[in-house]
Design a protein around this ligand. Structure first.
Ligand code: JFB
Length: 245
């Protein structure tokens, strides 16, 4: 059975969305992954199929009811033994190791909230993983779910072809990527760094490493600190650079 994404959402028509195109779309057609949505609306209560209610303690907005989400998750229980992930600005940051872990399993169940989010109790009761895609505010979990899935799908066996097979890029050694150049060698008066035309592969590798380090130091002090700490640990211990992120 292929890798399966089960998505609980009030907006099932948002899926596969952009993942029906390009690399992910081809993979979907080839059956390398499946995209199954569960509309939350039919699990709503009363004549209006309400999925939300006012927050205890007061405040703005509405909160998605735990009973409604619980029943919806039961119905997705066919997605046996896969992690249930709730995309939320309160979550811990989603990282590439998370993505690799999801890809290693049979799939994921993604809970997409709207309004102010989901009642905390159902998240605790069902051991739901809470993750965030970044420090900015979305209107709901669906775009975050699409991003999580995009990151997973490109790592699935057979999706990418061995040339760029997924993991040889940003973050794989904890540094940002070096910059890329292609033809023409001169464009609008801008040239390509000499070393890249030299054919000297050792010099090219050294230049790329330096570019990666400079970009990481300037743009991502958080990654740089982690990388530096690791380097120090490995050099003071006398161990070679056998580390893989
Ligand atoms: C995810 C969401 C909302 C509370 C709720 C459901 N990085 C991220 N930013 N925003 C979200 C996210 C992730 N992952 C996100 C799910 C929901 C936002 N909202 C709206 C906004 C602010 N506070 C509802």
């Amino acid at each position: 059975m292929s890798w399966k994404a089960t998505i609980l959402t009030l907006f099932p028509e948002m899926f596969p969305g952009p993942l029906g195109q390009s690399l992910a779309g081809k993979a979907l057609e080839k059956g390398l992954w499946r995209c199954e949505t569960r509309d939350l609306r039919p699990f709503g209560l009363g004549r209006h199929k309400s999925v939300d209610d006012t927050p205890f303690g007061g405040g703005a907005g509405m909160v998605m009811r735990p009973d409604v989400i619980d029943t919806a998750l039961d119905s997705a229980a066919g997605a046996e033994d896969v992690p249930v992930v709730y995309l939320t600005p309160r979550g811990r940051p989603l990282t590439q190791p998370d993505i690799r872990r999801y890809v290693a399993g049979a799939g994921v169940t993604l809970l997409c909230g709207r309004y102010e989010g989901v009642d905390e109790r159902v998240l605790q009761a069902r051991a739901v993983e809470q993750v965030s895609i970044g420090d900015y505010v979305l209107s709901g979990g669906e775009p975050a779910a699409l991003i999580l899935l995009d990151a997973c799908i490109r790592l699935l066996p057979g999706v990418m072809g061995s040339a760029e097979s997924g993991e040889e890029e940003s973050f794989s050694d904890g540094l940002l990527e070096y910059p890329h150049y292609t033809r023409p060698a001169e464009w609008q008066g801008r040239t390509v760094p000499e070393v890249l035309l030299s054919g000297n592969h050792a010099a090219i590798a050294a230049w790329r490493r330096e570019q990666s380090e400079t970009a990481t130091r300037d743009r991502r002090p958080d990654l740089w600190a982690a990388y530096s700490a690791r380097l120090n640990r490995n050099t003071t211990a006398g161990s070679p650079a056998a580390f893989r992120y």
